[in-house]
Write a new protein. Sequence first.
Length: 278
Amino acid sequence: LARRCTRLPVNARCKSSSPTFTGLTPTTTQFQKWERFGTDTDEDSLEAYSKFWKFFLRKANKMHAIADNDPLFDELADKLQEVDPKLCFEINKEPGKKWSRSELVISADGKVDAFPKVLGLCKNNPSKNLLETGWTVQPFRQRMAVAADESLQMGSVELKFTDLQFIAHPAVENEEEEENAGEGYIPRIQLAICVKEGTVRVSAHISDMVNIMIMAMLGEYDTVAHVASVNYVDIIEETDNVFPIFELPRVLDSYLADVQARQDRKRYQARQQIRLGG
């Protein structure tokens, strides 16, 4: 699906998992975090956003029942690509309910240079009118809840989440570099991934599958913003801090919280020194 943004490519499916319906409008704090990559709000962009939302509102009620083979799906994709050719979308439905509420996810398909357009389009949506027609808008593909026993099927190859282990290291030389970083600093990790012996051989195909699994677990923004590199190793020599791949969200969140706590502590100490005169 070149223009139709689904959670996974047409020949790749996470068994058991489904896209996450949040039903929530992003908070100001969330937008401030995402806007580290910028937001496009120039005159031409604003005009393109307005045209897209006018089209969407005209079709909003029909969109609740949209299907992949519906001509409206292609029409929506075309209109979105008029905003930016890199943009795509997915539509999530409220679980267990057919019509009541739906969520439009605007995605850059992992392309960081299109993040400003995603944020500009989402921030300039007619939220009141959308809510009245049962719609919320979410920038970026969200995290999927992945169970330990799930697997990814892509073509004839199946890769189980339990087949992968990883170790994560900060993408900086030392903690002091993180603590002294400015407001725009984005903490990142380097991943070393080991495929369980006797399962599959690491190849470009397997690497693509692992990338899909990582984005499914972390969501689009966190994958692009916080994963600096992914490397493959035959064996992980360290015995501590080795985790199964499905624990990646917990490990990343713990690391980000730790960096934030150390930065806050450093800033507090600096303020105290100023207050005490030195």
